[in-house]
Design a protein around this ligand. Sequence first.
Ligand SMILES: C[S@@+](CC[C@H](N)C(=O)[O-])C[C@H]1O[C@@H](n2cnc3c(N)ncnc32)[C@H](O)[C@@H]1O
Length: 145
Amino acid sequence: MKHQIIVAGKPALAYAKTGTAEYLKRLKRYGSYDLKHIKDGSSEDVSQRLLEGSEGTLRIVMDERGESLNTAQLTKKINAWEMRGVKRASYLIGASDGHTEELRQQADLVWALSPLTLQHELALVVLLEQLYRIATIQRGEPYHR
Ligand SMILES: C[S@@+](CC[C@H](N)C(=O)[O-])C[C@H]1O[C@@H](n2cnc3c(N)ncnc32)[C@H](O)[C@@H]1O
């Protein structure tokens, strides 16, 4: 399965840029993980861009109100999607005002990394670390303990 991560707004925080670059570099060994930044704006505009950008893919909407899953549960879900023949998944990170209800309704999964509201670039780094962790679990490598 190919993974694309779409984030609203340009990268601005130095620590997040470093973390993002580190996990994207690590993920290269494991498959296709593409990061796209889209223009920031109102919740409605950003959600519309996220909807369009993820057209035809499995949609995972990142949102603190979503389902709380541990890493093993997420790994199982990704394995099941791959078994079902899903070719592309999109992980959608919103802007300061969050996602519209319409976008949440169009999601295959609304996933909360935690019940805390995270700055969107920090949410991106946590998401990438989890995707890396899941990729190592799928390969049977010892990163996850
Ligand atoms: C600053 S947050 C937006 C908060 C906004 N007040 C809301 O109601 O959603 C920006 C984006 O970061 C992501 N995000 C923040 N915290 C998250 C969490 N705990 N789990 C998953 N995604 C999160 C979401 O995609 C969110 O749209």
